[in-house]
Write a protein that binds this ligand. Structure first.
Ligand code: HEC
Length: 134
């Protein structure tokens, strides 16, 4: 009997710890998703097919946006790439990409919104761009 109690306490302990960690993460994501709701909407409709829901892309083909050194180094460049497309060799987090991202059919405002979303989603801390940066 004591043995069973001990097992269920241990299980309870593990489950509650795991649960807390994921609530913490989704709280952070939730705040970002709410603040940048307009940008997230564009992302989920337009970018997610290549850059994936977790922003990690597909190594060697679609570069990551989550923790991307290339993106975070020059956020204004991202705005230009979204509106005009990109077809050049680039190194993102140490991996070389030389693909083609077609110009996305978005208004200037949608482009600003989506770039502000990717600059802050998935734990990114990339600040913001504005329509003046175009
Ligand atoms: C059809 C697939 C596709 C779609 C859709 C797409 N991208 Fe890309 N994206 C790429 C590829 C491929 C590259 C690398 C381009 C190159 O090598 O010049 C890239 C590069 C980038 C980069 C710079 C590299 C990096 O990872 O930091 C950013 C920023 C970016 N995309 C943002 C977006 C955003 C925002 C959207 C939606 C508005 C979007 N992309 C939609 C395929 C796509």
């Amino acid at each position: 009997m004591t043995k069973y109690l001990l097992i269920s306490f241990t299980l309870f302990f593990f489950i509650s710890c795991g649960g807390e960690a994921s609530i913490e993460n989704s709280e952070v994501d939730g705040v970002v998703n709410e603040k940048y709701a307009a940008g997230k909407e564009v992302y989920d409709k337009t970018c997610v097919v290549c850059h994936m829901a977790d922003g990690n892309g597909l190594e060697g083909t679609f570069p990551p946006l989550a923790k991307s050194d290339y993106l975070l180094k020059d956020p204004k460049r991202a705005l230009k790439q979204v509106l005009e497309g990109s077809a050049e060799e680039m190194s993102v987090n140490g991996v070389i990409y030389n693909g083609i991202m077609p110009a996305q059919e978005l208004t200037d405002e949608e482009a600003v919104n989506v770039v502000n979303y990717i600059l802050n989603a998935w734990g990114n801390d990339g600040g913001e761009v504005s329509i003046k940066d175009l």
